[in-house]
Write a protein that binds this ligand. Structure first.
Ligand code: HEM
Length: 425
């Protein structure tokens, strides 16, 4: 640790997020130990200093310890989501309307809108789509079984969450490829393979937004059993009285759901397969008794992967976290990846342990009003995907180096080869 100095650490630097995972882990460990809350400049956008409302963007406080991340997440009255949004740089007002939806709102508005769709995500409601998740997991394996090898990300990890979220919101199979491409761009910010300019990002966001509006308009005439129909029929009450959602609110909800439900789970499954290949003892524990181990294994995969690296809050008034004063209007960024490796919260945090209990990780957020709405769905998808893989392709393993997404926001794997010899019905 002695070779690190806080003066050389910039969590906004492109090079930092292009570095190998192990190097980043080393830096976050140093920060947790020596500088648990440190200040970093705003990241550059398109190679230039980022701007906020015509001014150079302000930097942010990086929260790296579990306890501090939990504190900020659970005190929305001190650390809010609506002022400037939840990314490192404030959302430009002209796109604030359609990017983010409830993730960039505070209660009471956040709560009203979240409650509208929350009914579709409870364990009881999920039982209805459980069969569907199993059918999709089977067909994903069917499609590759005879090949003996494939790209794990594109052919195994990606299709399941994509198809399920599209089923839920009512996107037909013909629209899945467009949703996939657009969400890759939206969550691929920072990686030149996906995003070369702000215009491209806007175009992808606008495309999904418009797609959601068109679907919603269709559901007005042809109601179905999907979330889009529920949203179209719902009414909320606010300062303007009782009214239906605006098309803009619907479009951005749609955008959030498909972007959030897609990449995150894909990356959890990819990191999970990599970890299981690297830790055959843990894999053996799981495959020996899936009924007993699946639930803890899935939580450990999400902790281990930390598919979402951070979300930001903004201080509503002067506050103190972990002994650090954060002034009203300043940004506080919760690094979930670091919280999930905090030695103070997890014994032996660098051990991939499919039996880890308790495991109150911050992978789905650190509690509070914005806790991941899709957590139960994601858990089911990860569990059924691995159970199907273990049953049908019992010796599947990763056979080459993963190609990582370059991003400060999503801990992603773009490509990763896998192979197997045995196929079972
Ligand atoms: C392993 C997979 C997933 C991970 C790691 C993940 C992670 C997260 C995180 C970190 C947050 C922010 C929590 C906060 O600010 O407190 C979040 C929010 C959210 N997630 Fe997930 N997520 C996953 C899967 C899903 C799925 C499958 C869906 C839906 C189909 C979904 C929908 C949402 C929504 C709508 C929100 C916003 C909730 C709000 O603002 O109230 N997520 N997720």
């Amino acid at each position: 640790m002695s070779s690190l100095s806080i003066d050389d650490i910039n969590l906004s630097a492109v090079e930092f997020w292009a570095a190998p995972d192990a190097e980043r882990e080393r830096v976050f460990r140093f920060l947790r130990d020596e500088h648990p809350i440190s200040f970093h400049p705003a990241p550059a956008v398109d190679g230039m200093g980022a701007m906020e409302n015509g001014e150079p963007a302000t930097g942010y406080w990086a929260l790296t310890r579990y306890e501090d991340v939990m504190y900020a997440s659970r005190h929305p009255e001190l650390f809010c989501s609506s002022r400037g949004g939840t990314n490192l740089v404030d959302i430009p007002p002209e796109i604030a309307d359609f990017i983010g939806s409830i993730i960039n709102m505070d209660d009471p508005r956040h709560k009203k809108l979240r409650n509208l769709v929350a009914a579709g995500f409870t364990p009881k409601a999920l039982n209805k789509i459980l069969d569907q998740v199993q059918v999709r997991a089977t067909s994903v394996v069917d499609a590759v079984a005879e090949k003996g090898s494939c790209d794990f990300v594109a052919e195994i990890a990606a299709p399941l969450p994509l198809q399920i979220v599209c089923d839920m919101v009512g996107v037909p199979p013909s629209g899945e490829a467009d949703v996939f491409a657009a969400s890759n761009i939206i969550l691929g910010v920072g990686d030149p393979e996906y995003v070369q300019s702000m215009e491209q990002l806007m175009e992808a966001g606008m495309g999904l937004f418009q797609y959601g509006i068109a679907l919603a308009q269709d559901r007005l005439d042809n109601p179905r059993d999907d979330i889009t129909t529920t949203l179209m029929q719902a009414e909320i009450e606010d300062e303007n009285g009782r009214h239906k959602l605006t098309t803009s609110e619907l479009g951005s909800f749609f955008l959030l759901l498909v972007a959030a439900g897609n990449e995150t789970t894909r990356n959890a499954i990819s990191h999970g397969m990599l970890a299981l290949t690297q830790h055959p003892d843990q894999r053996a524990l799981w495959t020996a008794d899936p009924d007993a181990v699946s639930n803890t294994a899935v939580e450990e995969i999400v902790r281990w992967a930390s598919p979402v690296i951070h979300f930001r809050r903004t201080a509503t008034r002067d506050a103190v976290v972990g002994g650090q004063e954060i002034k009203a209007g300043e940004k506080a960024v919760m690094f979930y990846n670091s919280a999930n490796r905090d030695e103070r919260a997890f014994p032996d945090p660098y051990k991939f342990d499919v039996l880890r209990t308790p495991n109150e990780h911050a992978g789905f957020g650190a509690g509070g009003p914005h806790f991941c709405l899709g957590a139960n769905l994601a858990r089911r998808e990860i569990k059924l995907m691995f159970e199907e893989l273990f049953r049908r392709l019992p010796d599947i393993e990763i056979t080459g180096e993963p190609d990582y997404l370059q991003s400060a926001f999503i801990h992603g794997i773009k490509r990763m080869p896998c192979a197997w010899h045995t196929v079972r019905d």
